[in-house]
Design a protein. Structure first.
Length: 208
């Protein structure tokens, strides 16, 4: 049995066609069903539905053989203990700094609100900017509006969320897409099954 960890929401929706090409179609829909382990049309493959930020943990500990996670989550988690064989090119966005549209250029000692504490720390350190990082778990865009922070580090896709909150994107930190990650022990123990699956995904991606 191969277990694949996927988060509900955009990664799940974007991963479905890719999984389907490999014959993996979940029997239940996580939007309407409370099950956390989903059987699929392939008897040898099941999905576990977890929070996006928990995917690296499940795969690292071997609770899932494979997982699909954003590069943002993988870098923040520190995913050296995982194999990352494929860029699935789904859930694409940018990790950026953003500030109020009327705010001056950021310099001196600044306060930054983000859920990407490690990435933000190393980004500002690399620029020689002294940054106090304030960890938030969501709605980062609010922080500059209420005086909690001078800027944020968050994901940007269409830019609509920033615009709706009078913020503007400032600097690109990195481009983000979702990656397939594999548990290192599983890669050895279940090598054949995982290799076949990787080849199937690679073929689908090459045809896109
Ligand atoms: P958690 O549930 O663990 O807090 P989350 O709410 O951030 O995570 P999602 O919003 O589903 O989970 O995001 C999952 C991944 O999708 C992110 O890690 C990122 O790689 C990507 N992503 C996030 N926001 C966007 C976006 N607006 N456009 C495209 N991709 C995005
Ligand atoms: C993400 C991100 C931004 C928004 C950016 O939030 O944290 O708020 O998407 O997308 P945009 O540039 O297209 O507006 P998400 O939709 O995942 O909400 P959440 O952080 O509350 O889960």
């Amino acid at each position: 049995m191969l277990t694949i960890a996927v988060s509900k929401g955009r990664i799940y929706e974007d991963a479905l066609p890719l999984l389907a090409e490999a014959g993996i179609i979940p029997v239940d829909d996580p939007k309407t069903c409370r099950k956390l382990i989903l059987s699929t049309t392939r008897k040898d493959v099941q999905l576990v539905i977890i929070r996006a930020t928990d995917v690296p943990t499940f795969v690292e500990y071997g609770a899932a053989d494979l997982g699909i996670a954003g590069k943002d989550v993988l870098i923040e988690h520190g995913a050296e203990s995982l194999y990352e064989p494929l860029d699935l090119n789904i859930a694409c966005c940018r990790l950026m700094t953003a500030a109020h549209k009327d705010a001056p250029e950021l310099k001196g000692r600044i306060r930054v609100a983000t859920k990407y504490v490690k990435i933000a720390q190393s980004y500002f350190a690399s620029k020689g900017i002294q940054a106090e990082i304030i960890k938030l778990y969501g709605s980062m865009e609010l922080a500059p509006l209420v005086g909690l922070a001078d800027c944020i580090v968050d994901l940007v896709d269409t830019g609509n969320t920033l615009k709706a909150n009078d913020l503007e994107p400032r600097e690109l930190i990195m481009n983000i897409s979702s990656r397939l990650v594999v548990n290192k022990a599983a890669m050895k123990m279940k090598h054949e099954a995982i290799s076949i699956l990787l080849t199937q995904f690679e073929k689908t991606l090459a045809n896109r």
